[in-house]
Design a protein around this ligand. Sequence first.
Ligand SMILES: NC(=O)c1ccc[n+]([C@@H]2O[C@H](COP(=O)([O-])OP(=O)(O)OC[C@H]3O[C@@H](n4cnc5c(N)ncnc54)[C@H](OP(=O)(O)O)[C@@H]3O)[C@@H](O)[C@H]2O)c1
Length: 230
Amino acid sequence: MGVVLITGANRGIGLEFVRQYAEEGIEVIATCKRPDEAKALILLTDKFPNLSVEKLDMNSDEDLKVLRLTLEKSDIQLDILVSNAGVLLKESFGEWTRQSFVDTFDINVIGAAMLAQSLIPSLSPNGKIVQLSSRLGSLDFGGEGIIDADSYSMSKAALNMLATRLAVIVKESSQCVVSMSPGWVATDMGGTAATLQVNESVFKMRRSIGALTPSDSGRFIDNQGNPLPW
Ligand SMILES: NC(=O)c1ccc[n+]([C@@H]2O[C@H](COP(=O)([O-])OP(=O)(O)OC[C@H]3O[C@@H](n4cnc5c(N)ncnc54)[C@H](OP(=O)(O)O)[C@@H]3O)[C@@H](O)[C@H]2O)c1
């Protein structure tokens, strides 16, 4: 048994992580922006006594502080932190706006950094942080495959650097930080043409997360744990 905390847990990949880890009997802390409106998550809490829900808007320092204090007060140590919340705000070149770049970076990069800073003190000695990244963040692939996702691709490249920096920060411990691409997944973000169903993607990622060791820290990997080019 362990404790898993997941951000952006009210739909898509985050919600599926909640369902699969809760089914496994692990204690799950699911976080989302508006718990009162998270209908699918509330339904899961009826089914799983090992699931609790906490408010966390990735833009809110106040939410992060409250979450950190809640974990500290209950002496909860996290075995896995799934940093999943993210946005893809599509805009084509010529119509780029400063605001959508700011919003994308605020959630996908700065939010993930602040989350890690707040919760690493509550990470267990062998704890793992898994950041949901994307092949679109690979400099080698050049943001291939999707149009009008420039700010998103840039944000995932920056998120990959965050994994590298965090790996350096925890390197004296047995903790592990990775950036993981879930594949192209059929969610609101991935759309219906995606090649993977959400349950398949999360099943593969859970298996890969289970196999991670401290020597994997700082890697950028796919849902099967294979290396992706930076
Ligand atoms: N689907 C794919 O093919 C794919 C591929 C590569 C990487 N990824 C990555 O995988 C992760 C999950 O993607 P997904 O497909 O499940 O996306 P999704 O269906 O669009 O869900 C995104 C989740 O992030 C949450 N979120 C957005 N802004 C937030 C904020 N400020 N605070 C808290 N939560 C926030 C959303 O909550 P609300 O409902 O409250 O907005 C939602 O729960 C993302 O990081 C994404 O970049 C996805």
